[in-house]
Design a protein around this ligand. Structure first.
Ligand SMILES: NC(=O)c1ccc[n+]([C@@H]2O[C@H](COP(=O)([O-])OP(=O)(O)OC[C@H]3O[C@@H](n4cnc5c(N)ncnc54)[C@H](OP(=O)(O)O)[C@@H]3O)[C@@H](O)[C@H]2O)c1
Length: 264
């Protein structure tokens, strides 16, 4: 195989770096892990479903960088502790942490009927999970003298959507954006940069029901100036940019990737 100079530069970009992508077994997380592994990072992914995780590890393992899948629910302290113990024992360092794992299980309910348990499960994954995993990452990065953390928020954390009110999810993602800013201030003295990415509508498992419903899809398309959903790879490129030295003067930013949806 002939490898071009550009390909070699890309493969070298994250050589000797270790990256964690939570929720790396699907959608935006898997696309991000793919890009990091292609560009040379030893890549750890986690998720709850072990079959999905194994399939993703099988695919990523062909990209030429070390890949490790660790089953973990990011909302559970003991499982997150185990995640970082495994990363330490396998790689001894962590340079990049993408806190991507997220769920949206409240949209089927009116707020008047929303069970508190559904509120709790969304907050546990989307906010507590981000807290636990970024804290674990920051502890390792502080020892090394630096690192990059990227939190995945959402345009739902910026703008409430009249077509699909989802107060719990929206609040969790607004929390993620503010957490990124505050964490950026707290961790800057340790050389750790923290940024957030706020995707709009991206074609993943999370939006399967919308993508498969032509009427619903048409309604959403009218709201997006670029007239299409985004692809996971288009978000992954921004996440990977924020994970590397090319964004070395960025911290505390919330970068929107939404085809212009929140403009109008
Ligand atoms: N798709 C969009 O339009 C969109 C828009 C804005 C923001 N986002 C955000 O982008 C992130 C990725 O979403 P996606 O669209 O790529 O969804 P996805 O395809 O459903 O992937 C979600 C990933 O997170 C994992 N996950 C969920 N809960 C978890 C938990 N408690 N612990 C560990 N892993 C967990 C899932 O694996 P398991 O289920 O096996 O655990 C899966 O790997 C989420 O934070 C989401 O809120 C997505």
């Amino acid at each position: 195989m002939v490898v071009s100079a550009t390909q070699m530069q890309k493969q070298a970009e994250f050589k000797d770096k270790v990256a964690l992508v939570t929720g790396g077994s699907s959608g935006i997380g898997l696309a991000t892990a793919r890009l990091l592994a292609t560009r040379g990072a030893a890549t750890v992914i986690c998720g709850r479903g072990e079959d999905r995780l194994d399939r993703a590890v099988g695919e990523l393992g062909n990209l030429g960088s070390p890949v490790l899948g660790i089953p973990c629910d990011v909302g559970k302290t003991d499982q997150v502790d185990n995640l970082f113990t495994e990363i330490r024992s396998s790689f001894g360092r962590l340079d990049i942490c993408v806190c991507n794992a997220g769920i949206e299980t409240d949209e089927a309910y009116s707020i008047l009927d929303l069970p508190a348990a559904v509120f709790d499960e969304n907050i546990e994954t989307n906010l507590r999970g981000v807290f636990l995993t970024s804290q674990g990452a920051a502890r390792m990065m502080k020892e090394q003298g630096g690192g990059a953390i990227v939190l995945i928020g959402s345009t739902s954390g910026i703008m409430a959507d009249p077509l699909l009110p989802s107060p719990t999810y929206d609040a969790s993602k607004a929390g993620v954006h503010m957490f990124a800013k505050s964490l950026a201030l707290a961790l800057a003295p340790h050389g750790i940069r923290v940024n957030a990415v706020a995707p709009g509508w991206i074609d993943t498992e999370m939006n399967k029901s919308t993508v498969e419903n032509p009427d619903r899809l048409r309604t959403w398309m009218e709201k997006i100036p670029l007239s299409r959903f985004g692809r996971p790879e288009e978000v992954a490129e921004v996440i990977v940019f924020l994970s590397g030295d090319k964004s070395s003067y960025m911290t505390g930013a919330v970068v929107v990737v939404d085809g212009g949806e929140i403009l109008g």
